[in-house]
Write a protein that binds this ligand. Sequence first.
Ligand SMILES: O=C(O)c1ccc(O)c(O)c1
Ligand SMILES: [Mg+2]
Length: 622
Amino acid sequence: MGMKTSIATVSISGSLDAKLLAIANAGFTGAEIFENDLLSSHLSAREIAGLMCDLGLACTMFQPFRDLEGLPQDQRRRAFDRLERKFDVMEELGTDLLLVCSSCSPLASGDRGQILADLNEAGERAAARGLRIGYEALAWGKHVNDHRDAWALVRDVDHPALGLVLDSFHSLSRQIPSSSIGDIRPEKLFIVQVADAPVLDMDLLSWSRHFRCMPGQGDFPLDDWADAIRRIGYQGYWSLEIFNDRFRAGSASGVALDGYRSLRLLEGGIGRPSNSSSALPPRVGSRGVEFIEFAASHKEAEALGAMLRPLGFRPVARHRNKDVTRWNQGEINLVINCEPEGLAHSHDIVHGASVCAIGLAVDDVGAALERADLMRVRRFEQAIAPDEWPIPSVRGIGGSLLYFVDAGTRDAMWAHEFPHPLETSEPDPALSRVDHIAQTMQFEEFLSWLLFYVGLLDVAKTPQVEIADPMGLVQSQAVETPDGSVRFTLNGSLAHQSLTSRFVHNYFGAGVQHIAFACTDIFAAARAAIDAGLPRLSIPDNYYDDLATRWDLDPELIERMSELDILYDRDADGEYFQFYSRAFARRIFFELVERRHYAGYGAVNAPIRLAAQAAHKPEFLD
Ligand SMILES: O=C(O)c1ccc(O)c(O)c1
Ligand SMILES: [Mg+2]
């Protein structure tokens, strides 16, 4: 495989031996040993080297060494003594590369002559022991804080044992143009460290120490940065270095797997269908949501049906062998699975009636599975009868499944799998398609599922928003295909009493909290649903009074929205109308949306909706 992968032990939680095991299991071939992990380990450096050897991991670097260059005489002598002691450790660890960060010492001089002399001295000493030094410009370094300056120093020292370390965080947090990487000679680029980060307006040190994340999870232009590095002919390790409190609180194996996925994503291009220079299977292009499958007992299925009917759905057919019913309207297929065995049943037992699977229509099922394998997304296989249509699937959020349905043969699939007709669907459906699926999860897993989607599917993420719930804050972000045919919104909250957290708690895990259906006349659709007995979410009059002050809207339109409890938003391009049902089984609810060239999800209305749901709390959730 192309890119050589490594990760710094600081990125992972747990003890050093547990970290290394997780790193090796995730598929990395190298790891940087972070000094603090060594200091806090009961293993000697030699034992660590032995463990890494057993695990098939190369020790790619030992780091960091701080405050070497530019010091006054006394401190300088001590710094070089310390350097020799660290060389001893490196020999035992079995690595020849030491990362030296640019100095942050208040005593450090910016005198270029002295810095050159000190770096040369470090190169000499390293060479004498058969070792190498990689010099990294910390974004907050006292005098050297730009990789262009660090490179100029390394170039001018011109010592074979002294090279450069590039770290995407330090360069991209300062918006240093990646074109400047073109000046670096590849044999002097000793290692490349990779991190993404959300764009935040804060001091560089705190940003770096707490908010780094995996490539694909943040906002940095990493594709251009990585391209510039590839273009100079760099052949060495790409090593993740992710300082993040959330990851350190997470599971070692989960974070390591995410790290591996993120490097494979970077290798093929984060924001591109596929990197022309890589032969990796590209991210899966999907055409739309082909079906949403609910697991339910018969009693729950009846209650669910009682909610789907007013929305205009009809049970159109039964499965050829199984206790499974297909409900339909427009392009929307909802499958209700009441089988007494299998994954759907287990799902129902754990979570209660809920979404256990989502089927995506894709052009090439085989390529989709190859991409899943590349991302180490687990396939799911369940025995099917010989006469059943095989639909491959992988594991998604909260143990649910993501099916890949061949877009070319989907009509044949439905006809084959559901040959027993029930009712006919409405000739003039009010709802046309699935607009988005909202999934709720623990805050700690949010970034992981974000990476799951952007790594597996050809989707882009929208900017992250924070939404005020009456009982806390909710973090929300969407991933969507370029044509908007598939949209997932992800929600996570740290506040224990927020509806989001209560959902995760009551549901025993992450899952689908609401489904939004698109329609072209929301007033007619909402009216029909209400008339047919759909319990709706009631929106306060104050909301509509405020609407009148915010936008230049026809009072008669506001009156109609108020009457039907329809919410409104507007962006630069268009308008958005939303209507909510009450929750089914105190768990999942439905939304109708009408988009008029509007791109978002009505984030301004989310606090109103959440407050309205919280008002129903005794019924909505325990
Ligand atoms: O935050 C730091 O101190 C630190 C240390 C070592 C690194 O490689 C780095 O990028 C940052
Ligand atoms: Mg670094």
